[in-house]
Design a protein around this ligand. Structure first.
Ligand code: NAD
Length: 297
């Protein structure tokens, strides 16, 4: 079997390298960034001559791409997967994508005899690197079972959610909670700083108390340490939360919290911070209050 992998960035890179190390199959890799390709070739991957060639020769093709529009271009665009992949092959999208888009892609690919799973992941770069990322999958159960071992090669938890699109819904809701929890944590830490209490002690109390969350812990070595280099770009977080808010609108669910956090992200993007880490929203509070909010060592 030959496996194709398109999109080797912050997430796709480490997941692909774990796949290469974890399976006895040739893995053909493709990215617009030659350095990202080289890092996967260095551990045994094969650089694709082109997207079209990769699509034509692989039995299973993964993508891990930033936005729905990038996935659509790679799947439906000229020289892409729909045009060149073999009937009987399987396409697995690991990106965080729109449920409507993945359903449309799946329907287009089905016309060519290509099966699809929407298979977003959660856990961030550290867990992608450690091979302990959580993978969720939407699509036909038989397609999921046929590919379960491949997914398990780079993850610790693999969950089949239901039909195509359902995994994307689960992923958007997971991220909505993560971003809302992170925004609440930023607000609390800013309030603690303004009230003049020791932020390290506040952090210790919260992370051992009922206010604890993975989100506040995730801020410790990022924004609260003054580190804003992206392991997860704010622009991508904004995409995810926008899709979650669209989902609430589609189903008529009152948006009490997520739209507020989307506005916070909009302010940070308006400050030119979209290319920084998703935790950079803390800088909105800092700008408004005129002081830095940092954890003492
Ligand atoms: P990234 O920007 O670091 O990487 C994307 C990669 O795709 C880049 O290397 C880029 O060169 C490549 N690319 C873009 N267009 C391409 C094309 N047409 N053909 C080939 N390569 C192309 O993004 P990321 O953080 O790795 O995120 C990838 C996906 O995973 C996104 O959908 C994101 O929302 C999701 N995600 C990210 C995280 C995280 O913590 N970073 C966590 C879970 C899910």
């Amino acid at each position: 079997m030959k496996i194709g992998y398109i999109g080797l960035g912050n997430m796709g890179g480490p997941m692909c390298r774990n796949l290469i190390k974890g399976v006895n199959h040739q893995v053909v890799v493709h990215d617009l960034n030659p350095e990202a390709v080289a890092a996967c070739v260095a551990v045994g991957g094969t650089a694709a001559e082109s997207l079209a060639k990769l699509a034509a020769e692989c039995d299973v093709i993964f993508t891990s791409l930033p936005m729905p529009k990038h996935v659509e271009a790679v799947v439906l665009g000229e020289g892409g997967i729909a045009q060149h992949a073999k009937p009987g092959s399987t396409y697995i999208d690991l990106s965080t994508n729109s449920p409507a888009v993945v359903k449309r892609l799946s329907a287009e690919l089905a016309k060519k005899g290509i099966a699809m799973l929407d298979s977003p992941v959660t856990g961030g770069v550290p867990r992608a690197t450690a091979g302990t990322i959580v993978v969720m999958a939407g699509g036909e159960e038989s397609v999921f079972e046929a590919n379960r071992a491949l997914l398990a090669a780079f993850s610790s938890t693999v969950v089949h959610v239901g039909p195509i699109g359902t995994a994307s819904v689960a992923k958007l809701l997971n991220n909505m909670l993560a971003f809302c929890n992170a925004a609440a944590a930023m607000e609390a830490m800013t309030m603690g700083a303004m009230a003049g209490i020791d932020l390290r002690k506040l952090f210790e109390i919260i992370t051992n108390g009922s206010g604890d969350s993975a989100a506040i812990r995730g801020l410790e070595h990022r924004a609260l340490a003054g580190k804003f280099e992206a392991s997860f770009h704010l622009d991508l977080a904004y995409k995810d939360l926008s899709l979650a808010v669209e989902l609430a609108t589609e189903h008529g669910v009152p948006g009490m919290i997520a739209p507020q956090v989307l506005n916070l992200m909009r302010m940070a993007r308006g400050m030119g911070l979209g290319g920084e880490d998703s935790s950079t929203s803390l800088k909105v509070y800092e700008r408004v209050m005129g002081r830095e909010v940092r954890l003492p060592k």
